[in-house]
Design a protein around this ligand. Structure first.
Ligand SMILES: CCC(=O)SCCNC(=O)CCNC(=O)[C@H](O)C(C)(C)COP(=O)(O)OP(=O)(O)OC[C@H]1O[C@@H](n2cnc3c(N)ncnc32)[C@H](O)[C@@H]1OP(=O)(O)O
Length: 254
């Protein structure tokens, strides 16, 4: 079964859906691989105007890395080998030549927020919440999403969110500029959400995106994302991280 769905829409855009709702779309190895392949396919299609990324189910966009696979008992080099492929996926997503919109149908935690941050824009359903909670697990973002957060919101707001590792409501996330729009249940239809983009041609969209990417200084971005993955791999060995993952695992068994 595909854990990542890729759909081509008649209106000229593509949709990637994280498809593991029973695990709140937590990212496992298979999904890393499938996301990578889906992004390659989207990149090859020259008629697609933009890409949306969303989650299946009504509870979560993505609950982060799968804690059974991205578990606590890893040496630094093992952690690096686990984190780096998803960092490469996020770099691909962040630098895709067409605009990308995260449609946040439910909560996002940890790596889920990193995926959303790699998209150019974030629209959320009212009542959802979001947190770069890695700090509470004895680690820091490791897929490059922390680095990307500094590109997307005010630097102090980014540092504050990462260091406090708290969940933000849609109002808080709007206030710091991480979210661009919030919609009610009734408004949450593709027509309403995407209507402002649909009138643009593919040529317009690729130019807008190129101009945006030019502002990001991409060489430097990939170096900083790599540094993030290396730092997170070191933190992976900490007792605080082992204990936090253990606590989650034990809570599942009761
Ligand atoms: C790469 C680094 C990172 O991403 S660090 C961040 C990792 N993510 C997390 O710490 C979030 C872990 N999940 C949670 O705390 C809870 O599931 C939250 C999101 C609060 C939702 O709670 P609740 O509404 O009660 O749902 P639940 O816990 O029963 O979850 C439903 C099923 O999904 C699973 N799930 C959830 N998150 C993950 C995850 N990150 N990795 C692996 N599995 C996850 C739960 O285990 C549960 O499945 P099951 O019913 O136990 O089979």
């Amino acid at each position: 079964m595909s854990l990542v769905l890729l759909d081509w829409m008649e209106d000229g855009y593509a949709v990637i859906t994280l498809n593991r709702p029973e695990k709140l779309n937590a990212i496992n190895h298979q999904m890393v691989q499938e996301l990578d392949e889906a992004l390659d396919l989207v990149r090859k299609e020259d008629h697609v105007k933009f890409l949306t990324v969303t989650g299946n189910g009504d509870k979560a966009f993505c609950a982060g890395g799968d804690l059974n696979e991205f578990h606590g008992n890893l040496e630094e080099d093992e952690a690096y080998d686990l984190l780096a492929p998803m960092k490469n996926v996020l770099y691909k997503l962040a630098t895709l030549p067409i605009p990308t919109i995260a449609l946040l149908n439910g909560q996002a935690r940890g790596g889920g927020c990193e995926i959303a941050t790699a998209c150019d824009f974030r629209y959320a359903l009212k009542g959802t919440s979001f947190g770069f909670i890695q700090g509470k697990l004895g680690i820091a973002p490791g897929w490059g999403g922390g680095t990307l957060l500094y590109e997307k919101v005010d630097k102090q707001a980014a540092a504050h969110w990462l260091m406090t590792a708290t969940m933000y409501s849609t109002d808080q996330a709007l206030r710091i500029g991480w979210l661009h729009k919030v919609y009610s249940d009734k408004e949450w239809t593709m027509e309403t959400l995407l209507q402002p983009f649909l009138h643009n041609s593919q040529e317009q969209m690729t130019w807008f995106k190129k101009q945006y990417l030019n502002s990001l200084k991409l060489d430097e971005l990939s170096v900083r994302m790599e540094e993030e993955t290396i730092s997170c791999s070191k933190l992976w060995e900490s007792e605080a991280h082992k204990e936090a993952v253990q606590k989650f695992m034990l809570s599942r068994k009761n």
